[in-house]
Design a protein around this ligand. Structure first.
Ligand code: SF4
Ligand code: FE
Length: 489
């Protein structure tokens, strides 16, 4: 297994093409806007090195018997599914942002089980292809981006009906030794920080969409592939001098990018679906199910940090004993633990797929994610309520350090800021700055990408879960229950 440092160094070996602010970024590994997101993925390696987390972070591979990082594992039991959620909560607690490696893990499990069923029907060799690929990923301990969300163009039209066929990733050429693909995937979590990508379809497809029903693995620095980096709220604070406190979380962050495939050649051995359109929906549903489960772990871990920071802010203001404050912290905890309950529940009710790995309970995973589209917003609302407006109105770190004289008696800007933002005797204004900027970062700054808007749209927007809840909810059977007891024939 790799160390965190080996992971970071391994990224330098890739020829990944990254663009930001209209320019190519050559040394993207050390770029101040990108590096926190790399540090965040590196934590999935660092925590795995820590003996106290060995049971959660490492497992025995079902493919090779080797010791591997759980982020590359095929879940072998409901206990594995539960441990996945616990691992994600732990990493959310350690990073207070999106650590990105779960999309790969979720794609491994969805593609593993789906390819088995495609081969069973068509005699294809996708499952063998995938097992070989995953064995390599596990043994090398690599990061893989699971890429699903196509740009989708005109949402009222199927892939083959789009004015521009590239609105969904598709095959443009079939050769004896492989396929050539074009298209793009939007808001891809951790794309730049991954060694490989697994591409999957994003919707169910019909026969006319055959060329769009395609799944494959591709190295991140493949010829013809590049990424345009997504910007985040307050991101350029990372480029400022003397702003490590203003940044809110100087250590870690998330990352999303637009990934473009411009005539990329995919050899046969890396193809996992190629025209078997009726399996596109199965792959989507399984991947989305796993990722909806994931949010019952990672968002809860970040929520733990939001709650902790809120309690600190209250303490620094001297209001921690107020019953209204205590009650708000109880409410935040209740909401956060409800999300965890959902993550654990859909895992404990998991079942074995035909291929042998474990799938979560789809209804409960969709309920989990539906709650995630709401509760973090309420948690953030309460955090802002308790923290107070200073979270967004406080002068900059540079002001707190400024020696420019402004006062009648020669007081500097720094002294004035420190005077008026002082609360309790034993609380430094710097600690107050730190906790409020940290909350700002998670509630509406760069990390809010992961905690707020991603809670809404990541792993599918709320309506996608409602469709699944409608499908899985079995209203017919519930009507029968009522009829039986009420005596209705
Ligand atoms: Fe993992 Fe959560 Fe980020 Fe998805 S949003 S990659 S589950 S940390
Ligand atoms: Fe996500």
């Amino acid at each position: 297994m790799k160390t965190a440092q080996e992971y970071i160094e391994s990224l330098r070996q890739l020829k990944t093409r990254v663009y930001m602010f209209g320019e190519k970024i050559d040394n993207w590994v050390d770029h101040p806007m990108i590096r926190p997101s790399i540090n965040c993925v590196a934590m999935t390696y660092a925590v795995a090195e820590d003996p106290q987390y060995a049971d959660l972070m490492t497992v025995t591979s079902s493919l090779t018997g080797h010791k591997i990082n759980r982020f590359t594992h095929l879940h072998q039991s409901t206990e594995d599914l539960i441990n996945k959620v616990k691992m994600q909560r732990l990493l959310g607690q350690k990073t207070a942002s999106c650590f990105q490696r779960c999309v790969g893990m979720d794609s491994f499990n969805a593609v593993f089980s789906t390819t088995y069923e495609v081969d069973e029907k068509y005699g294809t060799h996708y499952h063998e292809n995938f097992k070989k690929f995953l064995t390599y990923i596990q043994d090398e301990d690599l990061v893989v981006d699971g890429a699903m969300t196509d740009p989708k163009g005109d949402r009222s039209k199927a892939p083959h009906d789009q004015a521009d066929p590239d609105m969904y990733v598709h095959v443009v050429e079939r050769r004896p030794d492989g396929i050539v693909v074009c298209g793009a995937k939007c808001h891809q979590t951790g794309s730049v920080n991954s060694h490989w990508h697994i591409f999957m379809p994003t919707i169910s497809m019909g026969e006319a969409d055959k060329d769009w029903a395609v799944s494959f693995a591709c190295p991140t620095d493949a010829e013809g592939m590049y990424m345009i980096y997504g910007r985040q709220s307050c991101d350029t604070r990372k480029l400022e001098e003397d702003a490590s406190i203003d940044v809110g979380n100087a250590k870690f962050g998330g990352q999303e990018a637009l990934v473009v495939l411009d005539h990329v050649f995919i050899p046969n051995e890396y193809i996992f679906l190629n025209g078997e359109y009726e399996f596109a929906g199965m792959m989507v549903e399984r991947f989305a199910g796993y990722h909806r489960q994931s949010y019952g772990g990672c968002k809860v871990g970040v929520g733990d940090v939001v709650i902790g920071a809120t309690a600190l802010a209250a303490e620094y203001n001297g209001v921690e004993k107020a019953s209204a404050v205590k009650d708000k912290l109880i409410e935040m905890t209740h909401l956060n633990e409800t999300l965890y309950c959902c993550g654990i529940a859909c895992s404990s009710q998991g079942f074995k797929t035909k291929a042998g790995n474990y799938q979560i309970d789809l209804l409960l995973a969709n309920v989990c994610k539906q709650n995630v589209t709401r509760f973090p917003y309420e948690i953030v609302r309460l955090a802002e309520d308790v923290a107070g407006g200073l979270m967004v109105t406080m002068p900059s770190q540079k002001d707190f350090h400024s020696e420019t004289v402004v006062g009648r008696n020669g007081e500097t800007i720094g002294e004035i800021c420190n005077k008026y933002f002082k609360t309790k005797e034993d609380v430094s204004t710097e600690d107050r700055q730190r906790v409020l900027r940290f909350l700002e970062n998670m509630c509406l700054g760069a990390a809010a990408v992961g905690y707020r808007t991603e809670s809404m749209h990541g792993a599918g927007s709320p309506q996608a879960q409602r469709i699944m809840i409608a499908r899985q909810g079995n209203i017919q059977a519930k009507k029968q229950l009522a009829k039986d007891i009420a005596g209705i024939q």
